[in-house]
Write a protein that binds this ligand. Structure first.
Ligand code: SF4
Length: 472
């Protein structure tokens, strides 16, 4: 037995250690450690978007947005002062604000184009999220320009929430004051890991003290809900170093934590070639880290949510999870109830009842499209009724580990036969994972990590059935 296993054996109580080993063996057998399985933040995942769904379709779907319900908005800022090596976000480095100024001009034009020429009327927004990249790299004047434009283009619905991704190393007090003035209620702070050796290996140096000071400023400014993003599976990370980071992070009092597995895909994200593959923990070790971290956070009073989120019981995400009202969006788990999401900026994805549209990904291509008076949509996906059905099943598995028969039949009347077939198929492929009763199917609690396996199976088997039915 390796030192690592001795360590995890000591850290876990005896009964939990046995369950843990069963999980590892099962997941290894089913290839979870080798496979690249999507995170299913959308169904279908963005890699299945097609070029045929572009500006024309986007215009049509915008024109048919239901006006009686509030919408969500997302604005993407694809610039960072430094480019961290681990990061696969759509962003580019800049040392000056010049390209950012011209990008904000384009964003304002896009907001006008969408709201004045394509939407049927002025809509109310329930959520506004600024993500990136580094939204806080905007100076106070640019932030004010952007936000006053957005707040002018949409009404705010009752219970409106404004959230922003914050980089503690690049958030001036001036820009934070501007965000407070525009009623930022939620903030998401990137940490990843506090160990100096890990930070050096991922090209992101950010001290605990800088992070703590920003967190205090955010709380003083009125941020009621604070999320912190962490990663496991980073170079030189160990269980001990991850625990040290967790303890420091918890001392900052976040309401929510997202603990994602680092995905090493240097063929997709060129910056990651800076990270030596041999310094990364093995897939099994990554899994051990995620499980130990989970135990630690539960001991601190956090409720595990879905696959990789944690929240204090008072937090709205924990409440949504308790009442089966949680869902998924491109940022992960959410309590956002809106059916329509309008994405602004390069690579931003909009979600409509009919499907998804993604804006041109490269900043220059995005700006070119908007400046030539067109919408920026360049690819997307038109949902079939079968897709909507599969998406609902995957959502159930990813969010609360269940497929609830009554709820599915209530929403998709006439699907009883298909649902029976799916249930039988899942039970025969994953007998160790699932329990069946009169309510439907549920994932065994100790096997929550396998939700992605089940989702991937639902995804591929439904696609194959569809291809088969087209052929006969
Ligand atoms: S982690 Fe944040 S600051 Fe670093 S490159 Fe990614 S978006 Fe930019």
């Amino acid at each position: 037995m390796s030192c690592w296993l001795i360590c995890i054996k000591v850290l876990l109580p005896k009964t939990k250690y046995k369950i843990y080993m069963d999980q590892v063996n099962f997941l290894r057998r089913h290839g979870l450690f080798d496979a690249k399985i999507p995170r299913y933040t959308s169904y279908p995942p963005a890699n299945r978007f097609e070029p045929g769904v572009g500006q024309r379709v986007q215009s049509n779907w915008l024109g048919n947005v239901e006006t009686s319900k509030p919408i969500s908005t997302y604005v993407h800022i694809p610039f960072c002062r430094r480019l961290c090596w681990f990061c696969a976000c759509r962003t580019q480095g800049t040392q000056t604000l010049k390209p950012v100024e011209s990008y904000v001009d384009t964003l304002l034009t896009e907001i006008d184009l969408v709201t004045r020429e394509h939407l049927p009327q002025k809509l109310s927004m329930a959520r506004l999220h600024l993500g990136g990249g580094t939204p806080t790299l905007l100076n106070a004047k640019l932030m004010d320009r952007l936000l006053s434009h957005l707040y002018g283009a949409f009404d705010c619905s009752e219970g409106f929430e404004f959230s922003v991704e914050i980089d503690p190393t690049d958030a001036s007090s001036d820009v934070l004051r501007e965000l407070f003035r525009w009623k930022m209620a939620r903030a998401s702070v990137g940490v990843q890991d506090f160990e100096p050796k890990v930070q050096q290996a991922i090209g992101r140096c950010q001290s605990f003290e800088i992070t703590r000071d920003i967190v205090r400023e955010l709380r003083r400014g009125g941020v009621a809900s604070l999320n912190i993003d962490l990663l496991y599976g980073l170079p030189f990370q160990s269980v001990e170093s991850l625990i040290r980071t967790l303890d420091q992070v918890v001392s900052l009092g976040p309401d929510r934590l997202a603990l994602y597995g680092y995905a090493h895909v240097p063929h997709v994200s060129k910056r990651q070639v800076m990270i030596a593959t041999e310094t990364l923990p093995s897939p099994e070790r990554r899994f051990e880290m995620s499980q130990i971290a989970k135990e630690r956070l539960i001991a601190f009073g956090y409720v595990p949510i879905g696959l990789d989120h944690f929240a204090l019981p008072h937090d709205s995400l924990a409440k949504a999870a308790r009442t089966n009202q949680m869902t998924r969006n491109f940022q992960g788990y959410t309590d956002d109830p809106c059916e329509t999401l309008l994405g602004f900026g390069a690579s931003a994805i909009s979600k409509f009842q009919q499907g998804f549209v993604q804006n041109a990904v490269a900043t220059s291509a995005y700006q070119q499209r908007i400046q030539s008076d067109g919408l920026a949509g360049h690819k997307g996906y038109r949902l079939s009724s079968e897709d909507v059905f599969v998406a609902a099943l995957i959502d159930g598995i990813m969010c609360n580990g269940t497929i609830q028969t009554a709820a599915v039949l209530d929403r998709f009347s006439g699907s009883a036969e298909e649902l029976n077939e799916i249930t039988d198929d899942l039970l025969s492929v994953f007998p160790e994972l699932l329990l069946a009763d009169e309510q439907g199917l549920s994932l065994r609690l100790e096997m929550a990590a396998a939700a992605r396996l089940i989702s991937a199976h639902l995804d591929t088997s439904r696609q194959q059935d569809h291809i088969h039915s087209l052929a006969v």
